[in-house]
Design a protein around this ligand. Structure first.
Ligand code: NAP
Ligand code: MG
Length: 405
């Protein structure tokens, strides 16, 4: 069989533990037999990050800027226990944080829907894509405990030394205070990423905040979204038959729960943290959640939303077979290959991505799945597979789809 050719390399970011094992199996079984895979390989495994003093992470992000599309395996974010386990010279930063900062991107998360895994919310028929602003607000806040009576103010000192003050509270006893910020430039990037992704995936965009209570802070988010939409995207949205919709966050929650899904829900940083867990859980499984980082100038990094599945990895090291779900990692590859195909005008590559996703979904719908899905599936006949057997079943289906043409 002729394998599909690629023109531009994909930026491949390898990772850690169980997902690193799956990564290789996915390549060997589901990609290399069908595609002449062309990648620029970066090993973000923790040991190699240590060897390169984390330069490899920066290099991989720069390569993403150059080529435009990356696919990333889950990686360990070191904590004290990992520093000991891997004899690290430093507690290296989260690779995702480093890459996100360099690409100035927004993360979009969407569930993979399959028959037999029903969302807890029965009206949901299509995926809900959650877009989380990943800069500022309470995540970059400064806080203080106020010991007793006194006055708290916000003070802005301009370049010329002049001060603007605003009273926060006149304390008559102990209390707490918090100062947080955002930058217009970051909010503008966020808005552009959301509108561009809406056009890309042909979905409406919803945005919500609490502008009625936060008349300066949240209202600025609302205004920036509206200004950018009107100036840069309104016409394209109209042509594509799409809409942009703003509402209050509490109203948005009520509408989301009653909706059928099928749109992008843009959230401020904290709302996005909370609501992405709610949406992921309500759709059934974190192992079925995809994630893509999109920069305002249209660079894409695809990955799974889950981590390296450490507990399964230790079982694997003991020689036991594990039933780790590879679906989100497979969809990271299909997402990246589809995007590469679209950018390079390679119709065959784009179609292959579709077939790979179809083969994966149909395998689960035929009753073959990993343990995490088997425990929540409503199908009558379910076969629990280990990861290798599950991937082999997908390969068989993929081969059939490929032969059908
Ligand atoms: P995790 O890897 O997401 O796994 C937590 C648990 O969720 C697993 O023990 C497993 O439950 C279940 N699970 C997650 N993905 C699964 C899959 N594909 N198939 C089957 N079950 C799955 O989170 P963690 O164990 O807290 O974190 C491990 C490492 O991942 C950490 O070092 C963390 O820094 C890193 N991490 C990386 C990323 C990223 O690179 N994007 C994201 C999050 C975490 P059971 O044990 O019950 O089977
Ligand atoms: Mg969270």
């Amino acid at each position: 069989m002729e394998r599909i050719k690629m023109t531009t390399p994909l930026v491949e970011m390898d990772g850690d533990e169980m997902t690193r094992i799956l990564w290789q199996t996915i390549k060997d079984e589901l990609l290399i037999p069908f595609v002449e895979l062309k990648t620029e390989y970066y090993d973000l495994g923790l040991m190699h990050r240590e060897e390169t003093k984390d330069q490899v992470t920066v290099d991989s992000a720069m390569a993403t800027k150059k080529y435009g599309v990356a696919v990333k395996c889950a990686t360990i974010t070191p904590n004290a226990a990992r520093v000991e386990e891997y004899h690290l010279s430093q507690m290296w930063k989260s690779p995702n944080g480093t890459i996100r900062a360099l690409l100035d991107g927004t993360v979009f998360r969407a569930p993979i829907l399959v028959k037999g895994i029903e969302p807890y919310i029965r009206t949901w028929k299509k995926p809900i894509t959650l877009a989380r602003h990943a800069y500022g607000d309470v995540y970059k806040a400064t806080e203080m405990k106020i010991p007793g009576p006194g006055r708290c103010e916000l003070v802005y000192t301009a370049g010329d030394g002049s001060e603007t003050r605003s009273l926060i509270h006149e304390f008559d006893g102990p209390g707490i205070v918090q100062g947080m910020h955002n930058r217009n430039a970051s909010i503008e990037s966020f808005a552009r990423c959301c509108f561009r992704f809406g056009l890309d995936t042909k979905q409406d965009v919803w945005f919500a905040s609490k502008d009625t209570i936060s008349k300066q802070y949240d209202h600025t988010f609302k205004d920036i979204f509206q200004d950018i939409f009107d100036a840069e995207y309104a016409e394209q949205f109209e042509k594509a038959g799409l809409t942009y919709f703003y509402t209050l966050i509490d109203d948005a929650v009520a509408r989301v729960v009653k909706s059928q899904g099928g749109y992008i829900w843009a959230c401020k940083n904290y709302d996005g943290d909370v609501m992405s867990d709610m949406v992921a859980t309500a759709f059934g499984s974190l192992a079925m959640m995809t994630s893509v980082l999109v920069s305002p100038d249209g660079k894409y990094e695809y990955e799974a939303a889950h981590g390296t599945v450490q507990r399964h990895y230790y079982q694997h090291l003991e020689g036991k077979s594990t039933s780790t779900n590879p679906v989100a990692t497979i969809f990271a590859w299909s997402g990246a290959l589809r995007k590469r195909g679209q950018l390079d005008g390679l119709k065959e590559l784009e179609e292959f991505a579709g077939k790979l996703e179809r083969a994966t979904v149909e395998t689960i719908e035929s009753g073959k799945m990993t343990k995490d899905l088997a425990t929540i599936s409503s199908l009558p006949d379910v076969t629990v597979c280990d990861s290798a057997a599950f991937i082999t079943a997908i390969r068989e289906r993929l081969t059939e789809l490929n032969e059908e043409g």
